[in-house]
Design a protein around this ligand. Structure first.
Ligand code: MLC
Ligand code: AMP
Length: 503
């Protein structure tokens, strides 16, 4: 038995039902997808991977990249997908920390990656966005059947790395049961069936595009219009063939900025879902005015999958993230005492349920700091719950920037900037941005008499940090605002620079 494989993938064996509608116009049926995955599973075991071993993949979105996920589940290998924007330095940390035995990377970067990967004792194989590479070549000659490896619901299925407030990323360990239980609840809650066609333009290296979108569609037996990335023209062209869409708020603001996006284009749609970052109430309202659809906003995290959702039938309340999902317990607590706050008051959001991860890989102290012994996970988000049960997120108790749905931890950027010649210290903040919701601004304080060169600072970021984490503006100040305890008052900086990118 392998619950995740059996429920998501195995049940489609031999079926000629559509699964992926590709940008090329071709459609991949379930049976062909599963055959591809089985061939890949043979390559994994052939490469010496055993159940529980980790495979790290930094590959462009493609049917093959998704089949790699299925292959890992079938072979009992822990899947570790990585943002394609990560630099070699970032990648090296993830490989070393996870102890990945096999790394699948982009053929174009193979020469650059190989010494690092092999130096860490792992093997490197390649897979490009067009499906070619040494990994696919190895899979081509393999049998189309693979004996699914036995796993239990408590076994690990995936590691997703999330950055930390100390600047070191943590590997969130997700079990088969975490992923499956959440997908089961969501299929039901959002009424997905085999008739659904999901417009899928999200990356597949995060919870949203991989687990929420893909697991749901596999479980429901529907199909996906599988676009390599968010492309405005493709979205407009493909919307009329879809029944549903999942996106980060940037998807919705970009669509609303397009005059072609109107009621006629969305008349056959059943459901628009938003998450990963706050959807402005204004966007919700404008969307309804334009299309007649109310966006369904939900709230989740890498560590927990989805926690809350606005209702399918009831009122989808703008500015709220809805109710705790069935099976998810949610409480709002005082960050200092951990006691529940009176109803309606702001506190930190804690959640417990079968969706909550097992802990951070080899980081028992960090796990203990965020995951209570009684199973409640401290999300770091601040919120309220009203008398009707709707949860509203009002802020964060963690120093985090969410840009276009990507999480960025200021500490990571501050560590790079502080290391540069002439920089005494730095404070990185998120400020409102019309496209990405929030964007990164760095405030630096030069050492006495020094004038750090902005180009050199940006170059330092380019070397070590993925592009989406780079500051979009660097500001020089003689000193940082501090409170009487000496703590940097980022709230003052955020308010001083709030208008930097206003439209
Ligand atoms: C791309 N860039 C970004 C960026 N995405 N910069 C900041 N933030 C981002 N999110 C960079 C590009 O490298 C480029 O750099 C420049 O910004 C403009 O690129 P673009 O072509 O406009 O961007 P695009 O490729 O269209 O990507 C934007 C996007 C994408 C919003 C469509 O970032 C995206 O798909 N985001 C979704 C993220 C996601 O899936 N999050 C879910 C996490 S799971 P240059 O060099 O040209 O300046 C989670 C749990 C949950 O949070 O609840 O779901
Ligand atoms: P990640 O670690 O990438 O999974 O991001 C999780 C974080 O995204 C959460 O802790 C929230 O801060 C944020 N988030 C997700 N969904 C929403 C939402 N609907 N509204 C506001 N914030 C959200």
């Amino acid at each position: 038995m392998n619950p995740l494989y059996d429920r998501l993938f195995g049940k489609h064996a031999g079926k000629d039902t559509p699964f992926l509608h590709l940008a090329s116009g071709e459609t991949l049926i379930h049976a062909a997808f599963l055959a591809m995955a089985a061939r890949m599973a043979h390559v994994l075991t052939g490469a010496g991977l055993r159940p529980g071993d980790r495979l790290a993949a930094q590959v462009e979105k493609s049917p093959q990249a998704l089949a790699l996920y299925a292959a890992c589940v079938q072979a009992g290998v822990v899947f570790l997908p990585l943002n394609t924007a990560y630099t070699r330095d970032e990648l090296s940390y993830f490989i070393e920390n996870s102890g990945a035995k096999l790394v699948i990377g982009d053929p174009a970067k193979a020469d650059q990656l190989r010494p690092m990967v092999e130096g860490l004792g792992a093997q490197l194989m390649t897979l490009a966005g067009d499906g070619t590479g040494s990994f696919t070549e190895a899979a081509n000659g393999q049998p189309e059947q693979f004996d699914t490896v036995d796993r239990s619901a408590d076994d690990l299925a995936a590691f997703l790395y999330t950055s930390g407030t100390t600047g070191r990323s943590k590997g969130a360990m997700l079990t088969q049961g975490n992923l499956l239980s959440n997908a089961e609840v969501l299929v039901d809650y959002w009424r997905f069936t085999s008739d659904d066609v999901l417009l899928h333009a999200l990356p597949i290296f995060h919870t949203h595009g991989l687990f929420v979108a893909t697991n749901i569609m596999l479980l429901a037996g529907g199909s996906m219009i599988f676009l390599p990335k968010f492309d405005q023209d493709q979205m407009i062209a493909r919307l009329p063939q879809a029944t549903s869409m999942m996106g980060v708020p940037t998807f919705y603001t970009r669509l609303l900025d397009d005059p072609r996006f109107d009621k006629a284009l969305t008349q056959d749609m059943r459901l628009f879902i938003s998450g990963s970052a706050p959807l402005l109430a204004e966007t919700h309202v404008r969307f309804e005015e334009r299309t007649g659809h109310r966006i369904l906003e939900r709230y989740g995290m890498t560590e927990t999958n989805m926690n809350t959702s606005n209702p399918y039938d009831g009122e989808r309340r703008a500015g709220t993230v809805g109710f705790p999902l069935p099976g998810v317990e949610l409480k709002i607590t005082n960050p200092d005492t951990g006691a529940e706050v009176p109803q309606g008051e702001v506190g930190q959001i804690e959640v417990r349920g079968p969706n909550v991860f097992k802990g951070y890989w080899q980081m028992p102290e960090k796990t203990a700091a965020e995951l209570r012994e009684d199973g409640f996970f401290i999300t770091g988000d601040l919120g309220t719950q009203d008398a009707d049960g709707y949860v509203t997120i009002v802020g964060r108790n963690k120093d985090l920037i969410i840009s276009g749905g990507y999480n960025i931890y200021p500490k990571e950027i501050e560590l790079v900037l502080d290391d540069q010649p002439g920089v005494l210290e730095s404070a990185v903040i998120g400020v409102p941005h019309p496209d990405f919701g929030e964007t990164v601004v760095a405030v630096i304080v030069p050492e006495k008499g020094a004038q750090p060169d902005e180009d050199a600072l940006m170059a330092a970021c380019t070397d070590s940090l993925a592009r989406f984490k780079h500051p979009r503006r660097i500001i020089t100040l003689p000193e940082l605002p501090r409170n009487t305890m000496g703590k940097v008052q980022k709230n003052i900086l955020r308010s001083d620079y709030a208008g930097l990118f206003s439209a």
